[in-house]
Design a protein around this ligand. Structure first.
Ligand SMILES: *Cc1c(COP(=O)(O)O)cnc(C)c1O
Ligand SMILES: [Zn+2]
Length: 401
């Protein structure tokens, strides 16, 4: 398998593919790297792919019988009919990842990870997530007979994990906060030969799934956009999208990368802060934002944020943070003008685009893509905040219009 290897971003050590999490030598982040020759060969022809596994040559190698898939990917790229013209961005597109099987783009990473867990004969899979990652792992884990365990912080409201419960995975509360659940997942994976599929940089394979978002955008647009806006928790999604364009470049398909814009919420923005200050990432102490899917304080894995910043730098992009109010406005605007119901953690990309346009950082003709990562139904309460009552009438009362 000379076409692939895992490389540590901290010590540079290389590994053949296997059930690795972080670098066994130094704890650094591992990513999967292909040779230039291989990328050139695989990406030689332009063709349109229907769903994620059509890109199997650009994903880690998995025997077909081990693929656990619900036909994730192949999501629409919609050209904005109203918002773009209104804000003066002629070529504004929405990559509608809400169309994925469980309602978020996490399905791409999770499908790859669960398949790899089967490939390596793991006894099961574990994830620490009370949100989209947990729902996705529950769905794919059950489908793949991989006994999924979803570890959530003690205080998580049951409504947040209802979807994960519905898919049939084993949801367990861990006393304490997110950090305890995170470490409990690491321990369980070690003790039971489970694969830890937590969607941080803990797995080198999930990122490969995220890459396919960018490959699809490349095919759907027929070119590389000028800007691509991505909501950022820890950053694997952003890293995957960056990595795809890097691979297209190495294969000779493009000579430039889009400027990748990492978007965080003001209430939890360790990466945006570090971007501004030029310092290393410091964990966020008390996260508080409506953008719950990207409210990742990075406690104990600050290095994830540093790698994300490195990727942004390589594209001459930037990181920024958005106020909740603007995020909610953007979400309502998407719903009411384009008919897309996206969760606040996704709508935040549109708020970021508007802000940068207002600051004169985006030209009218720039091609911009906002990645809408998760469905609004995941978190519909967020949009009803402050609205405590709905009008009520009795049958027979006249409804005043
Ligand atoms: C997980 C998630 C993100 C952020 O992804 P990271 O890879 O952690 O940066 C963004 N949006 C939604 C809806 C998510 O579920
Ligand atoms: Zn290392």
């Amino acid at each position: 398998m000379d076409n692939y290897k895992l490389i540590c971003h901290k010590c540079g050590k290389e590994y053949a593919l296997g059930n690795y999490s972080l670098c066994p030598e130094c704890g650094g982040i591992l990513t999967l790297e292909y040779t230039d020759e291989y990328l050139k060969e695989v990406l030689k022809e332009d063709r349109v792919h229907q769903s994620m596994w059509d890109y199997h040559q650009l994903l880690p190698p998995v025997k077909e019988e081990n693929r656990v898939s619900f036909q994730e990917g192949g999501t629409p790229l919609l050209k904005s009919r109203e918002i773009g013209p209104e804000i003066g961005v002629e070529n504004l597109y929405f990559k509608n990842e809400t169309c994925n099987p469980t309602g978020s783009f996490k399905d791409r990473a999770v499908s790859v990870c669960i398949s790899m867990a089967k490939e390596y004969g793991c006894a099961g899979v574990v994830v620490s997530s009370s949100g989209n990652g947990g729902a996705s792992v529950s769905a794919y884990g059950v489908k793949g007979n991989m006994n999924p365990v979803i570890l959530i912080p003690e205080k998580t409201p049951l409504s947040k994990v209802a979807q994960a419960i519905a898919y049939g995975g084993r949801v367990i509360k861990v006393k304490g906060n997110f950090s305890q659940a995170y470490h409990a997942a690491i321990d369980l994976a070690k003790r039971m030969n489970y694969m830890n599929v937590t969607t941080t940089f803990l797995s080198p394979y999930g990122i490969e799934g995220y890459k396919t978002i960018a490959f699809e955008i490349y095919e759907q647009l027929g070119k590389v956009p000028d800007f691509i806006f991505i909501p950022v928790g820890a950053g694997p999604a952003l890293y995957g999208i960056y990595k795809a364009y890097e691979e297209l470049k190495r294969a000779g398909k493009t000579d430039r990368l889009p400027k990748v814009i990492g978007v965080q919420a003001k209430g939890c923005d360790p990466i945006a802060k570090a971007w501004e200050s030029g310092q290393k990432v410091q964990a966020c102490k008390n996260p508080e934002t409506v953008a719950s899917a990207i409210s990742d304080p990075l406690v104990g894995y600050e290095q994830d944020g540093d790698l994300t910043i490195e990727a942004i730098h390589r594209t001459s992009g930037r990181a920024l943070a958005i106020e909740d109010e603007e995020t909610l406005q953007a979400g309502l605007c998407l719903a009411r003008t384009e008919g897309i119901f996206a969760e606040p953690s996704s709508a935040i990309t549109l708020a970021a685009l508007k802000q940068m346009k207002n600051q004169g950082l985006i030209k009218e003709e720039d091609v911009c893509v906002c990645t809408l990562t998760g469905h609004g139904l995941k978190d519909s309460q967020a949009y009803a905040a402050g609205k405590t009552e709905v009008e009520i009438i009795a049958y027979g009362d006249e409804i005043r219009i």
